[in-house]
Design a binder for this molecule. Structure first.
Ligand code: RUQ
Ligand code: CUA
Length: 644
């Protein structure tokens, strides 16, 4: 927290016309003079001008660190960053440390470049859902033995209660699971050990059950559920009823436990004040073995409208344990050595650290819930998420203080043991200003047992004065920090569009992508089956198949031409165009766009893609290739002749 009376802080004179408006109004200045807790719960507009550390210039140390981490032209990054796209609904792949955006993967959104949400193959992934919007939060990758196995990335959609899977070999979304019985899937993590059998998903909002309009006033009976999704089938394996609103979730390094932060621990409060009433909220621990045994033994119910086994995990259940932790806990993070997890108390200056090895005794009734707590660590205002370097240090984002605090785990435990009064101890190693209001942070390989402590990304919700102004809507600011030495050094500011909630940083050795599609890829299996029925060989044939008023147009493409430069249909036909790109050369992606029909898509080398539309305009309708593929790319086109 900035001390407003600190004489060393640069003074900003708000009357001085030479001081830019941006500096005067910076978020740091706002919060420097306001009471932070008020800021946390919404009164962020309270202006407390006067002092601050808004003037930030590059020091020689920063310049040197920057040079050491530059990725030279033509060189490749060491890490893949899987960025959530927030309410853009997508996932973005960034190179780290260069912070170059390399790819966007549409997940819950429509994407006109690739045709995701428009093609038949992607509509199958989307379950033909009517929701073409999403709010993606937490990208996490599948693991084997506690580290990434490069198979899948998963991400949740808070806005439509879904979880999606991305295949890392082709970097496309290949399955989406709609989670029943709940609203707003927020927290998401994967089982780490022995492998990712389950993806765990938190539903945030409490609901009456059945939610049929008959019982809306019975707020005491509202509850939410914790879901385990089978990572292969992407269907919900079981759900557990809990007390409170679920926020974030995390798993251990044995496969035995998963745990979730719960705010609003009374559970029945539907308003802001009520949900902040308790001095302590809780962490709910799920005993996976016991839950699986209960499912096997048939100790479950089913809720209206779904076949998923639903178990009772409310307070007093043998399937769960509730541990009181710091007020309104948000992020929950396990240390890479598997020993501890920390619950970040959003409305408390502390985080609560629990020893995971003690959970066995807790479930056996040998100890009390609070006996699992090994430290309450006071860090600063608004702790949200914590990341680790694998060398015994933790890095926590302080939302209100706009800082990353680096602290030593063992020293914090010792300090807590010896001084239960709390207070700031020597376990705090450094506080680094970030710009501004950090939410998630993530270290390279930091959520695996291979945490390597090289870089930390902090995803800051506000960028304010850091970039050229672009209107009332600002980008956010993703900052790159070098954590390899004793001191954290800020290396890079990266503007990001709404909203990178979270990121996973994966060493490049863990990811192997295909250069061209495999012809037998399951992504277009349904299309291949359709061609087979039509007696068409996708790799060779250019054919028009009529089936009543449905017309299927099969074409190959080889740069710079489609297999047909004209085909005929009748006005009102439902036309499906199926293109197979026979090019073998990496990077020669074609596209298909039917002008004035809202239809376009990507067809990469050796891929088959299809798209369906109504031929509702008579006469000549041009189609063209919309991915630049060849010197004669502009000439890659043809005519659909629509007869009346
Ligand atoms: S949450 S800023 Cu959606 Cu991950 Cu913490
Ligand atoms: Cu094919 Cu452009």
């Amino acid at each position: 927290m900035i001390d407003p009376n600190d004489k060393n802080l640069p003074k900003v004179d708000v009357e001085d016309e030479n001081v830019s408006e941006h500096v005067k109004m910076s978020r740091r200045l706002f919060l420097g003079g306001s009471t932070a807790m008020v800021g946390a719960v919404g009164a962020i507009g309270a202006v407390g001008l006067g002092v601050g550390s808004a003037v930030l210039s590059s020091s020689p140390a920063v310049a040197a660190a920057n040079a050491a981490h530059t990725v030279a032209l033509g060189e490749l990054d060491e890490y893949y960053g899987f960025w959530s796209g927030g309410h853009s609904g997508e996932v973005r792949i960034m190179g780290v440390p260069s912070m170059r955006e390399i790819m966007r993967i549409p997940v819950f959104n429509i994407d006109s470049a690739t045709g995701y949400g428009l093609t038949n193959e992607s509509k199958e992934v989307l379950n033909h859902t009517t929701h073409l919007a999403g709010d993606s939060h937490h990208p996490h990758l599948s693991m084997t033995d506690g580290s990434y196995d490069g198979k899948y990335a998963f991400i949740n959609d808070k806005s439509n209660s879904r979880v999606a899977r991305i295949r890392c070999d082709i970097m496309k979304t290949d399955k989406i699971c709609e989670v029943p019985n709940v609203q707003a899937i927020h927290g998401l993590r994967v089982q780490r050990v022995p492998y990712t059998k389950y993806i765990y998903a938190n539903a945030e909002f409490v609901l009456p059950h059945p939610n049929d309009g008959s019982n809306m006033d019975d707020t005491e009976a509202y509850y939410t559920l914790y879901s385990a999704i089978d990572a292969e089938t992407m269907t919900v394996a079981w759900q557990v009823i809990v007390d409170g609103n679920l926020d974030n979730t995390e798993t251990d390094y044995t496969g035995k436990y998963a745990f979730s932060t719960c705010y609003n621990s009374p559970g029945e409060s539907l308003d802001l004040e009520g949900s902040m009433r308790n001095e302590r909220d809780h962490l709910v621990i799920f005993n996976i073995e016991r839950i699986e045994a209960a499912v096997k033994a048939g100790e479950f119910q089913k809720l209206a409208g779904s076949d998923v086994p639903v178990l009772n995990g409310r307070k007093g259940s043998k399937l769960t344990a509730y541990v009181p932790v710091a007020k309104s806990p948000h992020g929950i993070n396990a240390t890479p050595d598997g020993k501890y997890c920390v619950a970040n108390g959003k409305l408390s200056p502390t985080i609560t650290m629990l020893e995971i090895a003690k959970f066995d005794d807790l479930f056996d009734g040998k100890i009390e819930p609070r006996d699992t707590v090994v430290a309450e660590v006071e860090l600063g205002l608004g702790p949200l998420h914590t990341a680790f370097d694998g060398r015994g240090n933790a890095y926590t984002t302080l939302f209100i203080d706009s800082q990353i605090v680096k602290w030593n785990i063992d020293e914090a435990i010792t300090f807590y043991k010896e001084n239960t009064e709390g207070g700031k101890g020597a376990y705090i190693k450094q506080k680094l200003d970030v710009h501004y209001q950090p939410g998630h942070n993530h270290t390279t390989m930091g959520e695996t047992r291979d945490a390597d402590g090289k870089y930390l990304i902090t995803l800051n919700k506000f960028s304010k004065d850091r970039f050229l102004p672009v209107g009332p809507l600002h980008p956010e600011n993703d900052q790159l920090i070098d954590i390899s030495g004793d001191e954290m050094v800020l290396l890079h500011d990266g503007p990001a569009f709404a909203e990178p909630h979270d990121v996973s940083l994966v060493h490049r050795s863990k990811i192997k992508t295909l250069k061209v599609w495999k012809r037998d890829d399951p992504y277009f299996a349904t299309t291949r089956a359709m061609a087979k029925k039509d007696g068409v060989t996708l790799e060779t044939d250019n054919k028009v198949i009529r089936d009543g008023n449905k017309v299927r147009v099969y074409m190959i493409s080889v740069a710079p031409a489609f297999g047909m430069d004209t085909f005929k249909v009748k006005l009102g036909d439902e036309v499906t165009v199926i293109i197979t790109n026979l090019d073998m050369v990496e990077d020669v992606s074609h596209g298909f766009c039917m002008v004035n029909h809202g239809v376009q898509m990507e067809v990469s080398p050796q891929q088959t893609a299809s798209i369906t539309f109504i031929a509702d305009k008579p006469g000549v309708q041009w189609y063209y290739c919309n991915w630049f593929c060849h010197a004669l790319h502009m000439e890659m086109r043809g005519r659909m002749l629509v007869e009346v």
